[in-house]
Design a protein around this ligand. Structure first.
Ligand code: CAA
Length: 286
């Protein structure tokens, strides 16, 4: 039974994951090595819940109860209490492996380990764990905004056992998420589909086929996508998109996954999309 969760990473994905776990009655330690970042993640959750209260979708008491179930922490040793550890740090294989190796030495034997990686091989990450731990390790890939998008990709590694996938499926159902199961292949299912779309939109921009506005309007109005591909890339974070495309390109070696020059240039100049205020579009700060 998953009662207490340790979520590593309080950014775009981690804070959303902590929010839905606490909303589903679990207690959560929301961890960042820098306490201010963990607290910022918790404050972001408070803001999301405030909006839900303002819209009449949540009452003030429930809001407080959800928030009270989430503790911001900079103590990795809090993983010692966890039934479930979800890792949602930035998309860097070495950083993820180092974190998992530390948590492996702290968490109880019963804990389920789930990484929210969007592209890195589950088997490669599992190598950071002791062999006895590997059956409890899997990919649990959420979509942004986590409280809104009703999908979880479950990725089984070679060693992942049925008890782990059954527990993750039961939890996902409790969280109101639909599960799809993906093989441990680069980008899994959704990013394998999404990244070529985003890359093609960027190449269309580079080639001057249309303006950023018209490319996005094409997808929104002509294909009924909720966001155009360039706005979606800005929303995900251009550094994150670049990281995923690099993994896909390196692991699959196909041209269609090569990160477009315009994306490389934007990231190199610190234009990371919504979170930095500029990407393919501008996002004036309130
Ligand atoms: N956090 C929490 N809730 C949010 C939110 C956020 N960042 N943004 C919007 N919402 C909520 C709103 O509060 C609103 O909730 P209610 O229905 O309860 O009122 C609801 O979402 C709809 O929001 P809006 O009416 O303001 O805006 P919208 O109708 O334009 O929808 C959107 C916003 C849901 C983000 C929509 O544009 C959308 O679905 N975009 C595509 C998102 C997508 O493709 N995500 C996947 C990205 S890929 C990924 O995450 C994985 C990866 O590995 C890269």
């Amino acid at each position: 039974m998953i009662r207490h969760c340790f979520v590593a990473g309080a950014g775009l994905m981690g804070h959303g994951i902590a929010q839905i776990l606490a909303t589903a009655g679990r207690t959560v330690d929301l961890y960042e090595p820098d306490l201010a970042r963990a607290e910022a993640g918790r404050a972001r959750i408070a803001g999301n819940l405030d909006r839900a209260v303002a819209k009449g979708r949540l009452d003030a008491t429930a809001r407080q109860e959800i928030l009270d179930r989430i503790a911001a922490t900079d103590r990795i040793t809090a993983a010692a209490e966890a039934d479930l550890v979800v890792e949602a740090i930035f998309e860097d294989e070495d950083a993820k492996r180092a974190l998992w190796a530390s948590i492996d030495g702290l968490a109880p034997g019963r804990a389920i380990f789930a990484t929210n990686t969007s592209s890195i091989s589950i088997d490669r990450l599992a190598e950071a764990l002791a062999p006895a731990r590997r059956p409890s390790f899997c990919g649990m890939h959420f979509f942004s905004p986590v409280p809104v998008m009703p999908l979880v990709e479950l990725i089984r590694g070679t060693a992942t056992d049925d008890a782990t996938t059954d527990a993750v499926c039961a939890l996902a159902a409790d969280l109101g998420k639909r599960v799809i199961v993906s093989a441990d292949r680069p980008g899994f299912i959704v990013n394998r589909i999404l990244m070529p779309l985003l890359a093609e939109a960027m190449r269309a921009l580079e080639e001057g086929i249309g303006t950023a506005e018209d490319i996005d309007t094409g997808a929104r109005v002509g294909l009924n996508h909720p966001m155009g591909p360039l706005a979606l890339a800005d929303f995900i974070g251009l550094d994150v998109v670049l990281g995923i495309m690099r993994v896909l390109h390196a692991d699959l070696g196909e041209e269609r996954f090569r990160p477009p020059r315009v994306l490389e240039d934007l990231v190199a100049s610190g234009k990371l999309g919504q979170k930095s205020g500029t990407g393919f579009f501008s996002y004036p700060r309130a």
